[in-house]
Design a protein around this ligand. Structure first.
Ligand SMILES: *Cc1c(COP(=O)(O)O)cnc(C)c1O
Length: 386
């Protein structure tokens, strides 16, 4: 079977290998069969292994849904009565976390920080000092909307010092850059099969501390479908997900995990960095500027500022590239118009070189000047300072 290969530079789903795509084609099976359980359990073990957790300390809880289902589950399930959450908010995904808490009517402190630089940890400490009842601190590891990489290790350490536990959204860093739950002070992290492991959409997972999940058994149940303890306990007891799993996506995840371990953590991270180096190289050649200083970037997402050329039109550029097999994606910064180039899936630097040739043709096709022009210098732009 020949499947057209598209290069997805959007922030997930990512480009997958043909072997992962084809792994979905399996005989029909009822997911309540033992045979299916024997696929699921090792997947959970492998998901814990990716972030170097020991299975006596950490477990993976699977959910059917996109990555947001994990944010929902941890945020609503892990807050004890009388406790408050602390969300460090410096991007689209931490704003989403605050929205989730708001929609459950849960008490939380939202510490709003600039979107283009690292948060002020002395303020985090001040909030923890002033509020004795913080149950957990929540931080997005990699803010996919901008490409900002947050200091989880230091923030997790602070949370622990003040008796709170630490939840981090690693959806767009997990299985791409090395993460270690012990060294990075992580009690809970999460991801989705369509991102780091380059699997299919529809399967997402929380990796977290067993003892805290056990303790949360007595916390208020605020959701029926998205409750972490209920999903965990059912799986522990039966080896099955509580409700129907995304069967074919699970088979694809199995294959994707095999390919992850075959490539290896360090080699894979090197490849992602190589892809980003090729992205940066093309930006420099065409004069494209980014919203974030490279020193603050994750190395997985580049948010490119729209050029000031009057002929610039994102949709036209997007369509031109899309027709040739390359997908680019709008940015998510509040105050700047950007588009994003992501170094996520099963691609490599030669794909990016081909992309830049197409992108350059796209600019020429609508008469955008090369190198591209900006009226303001980057440091005058003042991205999202509040
Ligand atoms: C992709 C992503 C999510 C989940 O988004 P979905 O659209 O639900 O898949 C959550 N957090 C971060 C940081 C992400 O990059």
């Amino acid at each position: 079977m020949k499947i057209k290969r598209n290069i997805l530079l959007n922030p997930g789903p990512a480009t997958t290998s043909d072997s992962v795509k084809l792994a979905q084609i399996v005989p029909d099976i009822c997911p309540r069969e033992k045979e299916f359980q024997s696929v699921m359990r090792p997947i959970c073990s492998d998901l814990v292994k990716i972030v170097h957790g020991k299975e006596e300390d950490y477990t993976a809880v699977l959910f059917c849904g996109s990555g947001t289902v994990c944010m929902d589950a941890v945020l609503n399930s892990l807050l004890a009565d009388g406790k408050k959450a602390l969300v460090i908010s410096n991007g689209a995904y931490s704003r989403r976390a605050a929205d989730i808490l708001r929609s459950y009517g849960l008490p939380f402190e939202e510490m709003i920080q600039p979107e283009d630089s690292l948060p002020d940890l002395t303020l985090v400490e001040a909030v923890l000092k002033a509020n004795k009842n913080i149950g957990y601190v929540y931080m997005t590891h990699h803010e996919t909307g901008s490409g900002l990489l947050n200091p989880i290790r230091e923030t997790g350490r602070l949370a622990h010092r003040y008796g709170a536990f630490f939840i981090t959204d690693t959806t767009s860093s997990y299985a791409m850059m090395p993460v270690n739950v012990y060294e990075d002070n992580i009690d809970f992290c999460m991801a989705s099969a369509q991102k780091g492991i380059a699997g299919m959409t529809g399967l997402s997972y929380v990796i977290g501390r067993r003892d805290i999940i056990e303790e949360s058994r007595n916390y208020p149940k605020r959701s029926y479908y998205c409750n972490l303890y209920m999903q965990y306990a059912y799986f522990e007891r039966t080896g099955e997900m509580h409700f129907t799993p995304p069967v074919q996506t699970v088979y694809a995840a199995r294959q994707a995990l095999d390919e992850y371990f075959m490539e290896g953590e360090q080699k894979k991270w090197k490849r992602h960095q190589r892809i980003m180096a090729a992205i940066h190289e093309g930006e420099d050649r065409l004069g494209l500027k980014e919203a974030l200083d490279r020193s603050a970037q994750s190395g997985l997402v580049s948010a490119v500022l729209y050029p000031d050329d009057p002929e610039w039109n994102f949709q036209s550029i997007h369509d031109y590239c899309y027709e040739r097999g390359f997908t680019i994606y709008p940015g998510k910064l509040e105050t700047e118009r950007t588009f994003r180039l992501c170094a996520m899936g099963m691609v490599d630097e030669q794909d990016i070189r081909l992309f830049w040739d197409v992108f350059e043709d796209a600019l020429a096709s609508i008469g955008v000047r090369i190198p591209v022009i900006y009226h303001k210098a980057c440091n005058e732009r003042n991205v999202s300072k509040k």
